[in-house]
Write a protein that binds this ligand. Structure first.
Ligand code: ADP
Ligand code: MG
Length: 721
């Protein structure tokens, strides 16, 4: 980080922008406190609180032209107003208005104080809102009102709300957009000209971007000649200026972090010894590695032979054989005298990995298991071995994260299905090496779209396994509306008859107890109904997250052995479970899942040579948009394509987990919409780091001031991995 300069050099420019927001005319202590609680503490925060959308109010409609459900503005005069009681003992305010083309009713269930007194018959007003047809008349509930310029209560700010394209702000605790427009108008005129320009001016020149002041003014109060569509799409140069600025700052910190990591030291392992060990084990495998697997392993071994911590993500579609890559990596570390650990998100998966390691390598790979099920005495025997530095691969669940688990000589941590873990958990596992940083290898079947990989995971190298092991047939997928499931059942019965097995997955929403409970109940009752009515000749088993661990394992084992033909389950089977004889995957309420998650679930089948099928059952009433979204899965089996589609539809949370997406602090930039700007900013930051790594050149002084002002705080906040 840069040294802090003495505060005397702080320019007065930034000082005016540090003024507390409550001193802006029209804000005051009460509103100021609300702003403050939502992160808008200073005038600068206020000026960079950007609208979420725009509304075209350049043309007023007549009352006769109003259409139900289409937001519009119309100029009317008040005919009468009254307060009426409602059944609930509350009162409602009603105003009848007209413009001679028709009558419009306005209604407020919670009328703002003083409103009734202002609705004097004859008063001209402009109202905006979404009209509804009610008893043959149009009405607007809780309209936005502008007191027309011709009235006595003229004030210039009324011009801000009609007759132009107006910005719409995210409502904060009931503060309406019109309040924002008013205080922003004050703020931009008084303080706008001193809004700091943090970006190096040559970057602005490069793209012809306006100054911060000009851009902010245009975003909040667009000029009449500005193209409306560009505004609505956030595509003006003024928008671009702040979008680019956010990306530029963000990328700067991400790169700094990456450079920082590269400077840390980590256990350097001999390349030759490691390569030999992993090659020996490769020869024990009952199959030949795919080209992509072999290449991944070579890349990893080269990385861990360097004295800096590897931070690598292996992304490969479900079934592409990532586990073996992890095993062979561990083998290399062990051969070099280091310890390794592999963390999986569920007990089922951890146990499966453990058994596979033993099945594949016998005693040639020393492996132990630690989960919530491990007994006290087993733990007591295991933990000292870790502390003694015995070279072994410890496979486990979250149980690995507990305090007493400490390694003397941890060389590499590996995390399977990494997106199922939070930043903190990954950090904790990395902290298990007594001193210094171990290498880390993350595995995922939910590919991270490139835009995200560049941002949130800027310090990560990636390896991609695209090639599937030979002999796999792509799964056939069909979206089936709920009331047409009979046909699908036929197909499933014929597969069962041929000795194959089927999964039925029900959604379980973990973050809402009430909802989770109902879904869970439906999985249980469905299991019964399926067994009784649909597949009476077959054995149906039930698996869900709230069963005891030994019950879960038992059911899974019976399904693997073929004693159960149909497995009804919640998403606990999402990750990693491997039963090659299963050829049917049915997902109920598919509309409730993200595409990437559905793709993961689908990956449970198609693991053998036989043709497999995936049926996405949807609620009979899902909209066209949802059906269209799901149809992506009918068209492609490519996890990367699906991930990109998911990012566009559902945003980054899906890939990062909630905590991490919180680490993307963009106020105006949007990873999907503004991808171009992200790539430009990234390139420009690389250029800056090359030409002026200390940010010392005079032309970069503006950015330097920014770093001195906020650098430390921001780089802390952006720590993402
Ligand atoms: P994922 O990448 O989804 O974690 P797994 O590691 O579970 O995939 O591998 C899926 C299955 O493919 C396992 O049964 C594994 O033993 C098998 N497998 C892995 N690599 C190969 C290969 N090169 N050839 C054939 N089968 C393989
Ligand atoms: Mg896996």
């Amino acid at each position: 980080m840069l040294p802090r300069e003495k505060s005397t050099t702080k320019s007065s420019k930034s000082a005016t922008n540090d003024v507390a927001v409550q001193y802006v005319k029209g804000v005051g202590p009460r509103l100021g406190a609300i702003f403050e609680s939502r992160g808008i503490g200073t005038v600068r925060d206020l000026l960079t609180f950007f609208p979420r959308a725009y509304e075209d109010r350049t043309r007023l409609k007549s009352v006769a032209e109003l259409e139900a459900g289409v937001r519009a503005s119309t100029a009317v005069r008040v005919l009468s107003s009254r307060k009426i009681g409602t059944r609930m003992g509350r009162s409602m305010l009603e105003a009848r208005c007209t413009d001679d083309s028709g009558t419009l009713m306005l209604k407020w269930f919670h009328a703002p104080r003083g409103l009734e007194q202002r609705l004097i018959p004859g008063t001209p007003i402009v109202v905006t809102g979404s009209p509804k047809a009610y008893l043959g008349k149009m009405e607007i509930i809780h309209p936005e009102i502008s007191w027309n310029k011709t009235s006595d209560v003229v004030s210039k700010e009324e011009d801000l709300n009609v007759g132009r394209v107006v910005p719409i702000y995210t409502e904060l605790e009931g503060i309406p957009s019109r309040t924002f427009r008013k205080v922003l108008w004050e703020a931009i005129h008084k303080y706008g000209p001193t809004l700091p320009n943090d970006l190096p001016p040559q970057m602005l020149g490069k793209y012809d971007l306006p100054s911060a002041f000009e851009a902010a003014k245009e975003i909040h109060f667009p000029k009449p000649e500005t193209d409306i569509q560009s505004l609505v799409d956030f595509k003006t140069l003024s928008h671009a200026r702040f979008i680019y600025e956010e990306f530029f700052k963000f990328e700067y910190f991400v790169m700094q972090q990456k450079l920082g990591v590269e400077k840390q030291s980590a256990p350097a392992m001999g390349l030759e010894g490691g390569t030999k060990a992993s090659r020996d084990l490769t020869e024990m495998l009952p199959f030949k590695l795919t080209g992509d697997q072999a290449r991944s392993i070579a890349e990893i071994l080269e990385d861990i032979a360097k004295p800096h911590p590897m931070n690598r993500l292996v992304q490969g579609d479900v079934g592409s054989g990532k586990t073996v890559v992890a095993f062979l990596t561990a083998a290399a570390a062990l051969a070099e005298g280091f310890q390794a650990t592999l963390m999986a998100p569920t007990e089922i998966l951890a146990e499966q990995h453990y058994k596979n390691a033993i099945r594949l390598f016998g005693g040639k790979l020393r492996v132990e298991l630690l989960t919530g099920k491990t007994t006290e005495s087993e733990r007591n025997r295991l933990l000292p071995r870790l502390l003694a530095g015995e070279p072994l691969l410890l496979i486990g669940t979250h149980a690995l994260l507990e305090d007493p688990v400490q390694f003397a000589n941890l060389g590499i941590v590996m995390i399977d299905e990494q997106h199922r873990f939070g930043v903190e958990q990954r950090r904790t596992l990395r902290g298990k090496r007594k001193s210094g940083v171990p290498h880390s290898l993350l595995l995922t079947a939910t590919p991270i779209p490139r835009t995200l990989a560049l941002t949130a995971y800027g310090d990560l190298s990636t390896t991609t396994i695209r090639e599937l092991p030979p002999g796999r047939t792509p799964v056939r997928t069909e979206v089936v509306s709920g009331n047409q499931r009979g046909r699908a059942y036929e197909k499933i019965r014929s597969e069962l008859k041929e000795g194959h097995q089927a999964y039925f997955i029900y959604p379980l929403v973990q973050d809402s107890e009430a909802e989770g409970f109902t879904s869970l109940k439906s999985a249980i009752s469905e299991a019964e109904a399926l067994g009784r009515e649909v597949f009476p000749d077959y054995k149906v088993g039930l698996l869900h997250g709230q069963m005891r661990p030994d019950e879960k394992t038992d059911i899974m084992e019976r399904f693997k052995r073929g004693e159960l033909h149909v497995l009804v389950s919640t998403t606990v089977v999402e990750v990693g479970v491997d039963v090659p004889n299963a050829t049917i995957m049915v997902i109920e309420n598919a509309e409730r899942f993200g595409l990437s998650q559905l793709h993961q679930l689908r990956g449970r089948v198609g693991r053998g040579a036989a043709q497999s099928y995936c049926f996405l059952f949807t609620h009979p009433r899902v909209g066209e948009e949802t059906a269209h979204r799901l149809s992506v899965l009918e068209k492609t089996n490519d996890g990367f394509e699906i991930a990109e589609a998911d990012l566009e539809i559902r945003g980054p949370g899906e890939f990062l987990g909630t905590r991490q997406s919180g680490a993307l602090p963009f106020r105006i930039a949007d990873l999907v919409r503004d991808k171009q700007w992200l790539l430009r900013a990234r390139e420009d930051v690389l250029e800056l780091l090359k030409t002026d790594p200390q940010v010392a050149l005079p032309e970069n002084s503006a950015f330097r001031s920014f770093l001195q002002r906020e650098g430390r705080e921001q780089s802390e906040r952006l720590k993402t991995s």
